[in-house]
Structure formats: C-alpha cells, structure tokens
Design a protein. Sequence first.
Length: 181
Amino acid sequence: MGESTLNIELSRRKIVRILIISLLILINFILESTLFQYTRVFGVKPDFTIILITSYAIMRGSAFGGFIGLFSGLLQDLIFGNAMGINGLSYMITGYLIGQSNENVFKDSFVPSVIFNIGAVFLYQHLFFLITYFSKTNISYTHALLNIIIPQSIYNAILGPIAYRLIYKLDEKSFMNNKIY
C-alpha cells in the first residue's frame, strides 16, 4: 500500500471517529434531556455527560476529555443554558483534568471509572457552583453538596463502569484507533 493510500485511509478513520464521537455526544444529549430524566432516584439523576467525558478522558487523555466536555457543555448551554458557556467551561475543565492521569491508569479495569466518576462529579459541580456564584446566582453550597453532588457522584460511580465498558469496547474498534489531535 502506497503512502498516499495509507494517508487517505487514516484520514477516513479520523473522520469516522469524529462522526461517531459527535453522534455519541448528540445521542447522549437527547437521552439526557428526555429518557434519562426518568432515572431520578431521590430527585437526583446521573450525569451521563460526565460519564462520557470521564470515559474518553481516561482512555484518550486531556485533549479528548476537554474537547468532548467543551462540545457537550456548549450543546447544553445552547439549548438549555441561561448563560452561554457555564456548562461548556465546567465540563471542559473537568475532562481536561481527569485526562491528565490517563497515562497512569489501568484502562481495562472498572476501578478507575468509579474513582474518576466520583471525582468528576465533585469537580464539575464545584466549578459550576463557583461560576454561578460569581454570576450572583443564589445557591446554597450545603444544599448543593448534600442533595446534588454527593448523591450524583454515588449514582455516577455505580453506572459509570457499565457505560465505560461499552465505550471502551467501541473505542477498541479499528476505525477508532488513530488520534485526531
């Protein structure tokens, strides 16, 4: 196979991967805003966007986690947000920071998914709380911690490894092998 043929094949794989990840973000957004609203336990629903971001941050690193976080968050901000960029910035920073440890993580285990989903919920919710605090939104930190952050981190820790395993299997496919950045 010639060098130009190989480059064309790699470019096709990159495009396919970008399309699949974009489709995952879109499907996640649709499910989060419709079906997943009915998965509430004690008034709290899992944050599948964080699960998606965390999964790719663990597997692919900071750039992937940050990009997926940014685009997922901006999509939420665009459709539902009162202030453009709060979710985008919070998810992007969360994905970037979680991805910083991807070199030191055993990716075939469910344990990192549990730990990083708990950490990601705490990080995202604190960033979100901090940004909304400075925008003069009146939110009780204690209420947010006890009624949103802790229950959601437990919920994500339970569901995260299941989603991580599915995303991991998808990421092992041959068309997902090449870095896009």
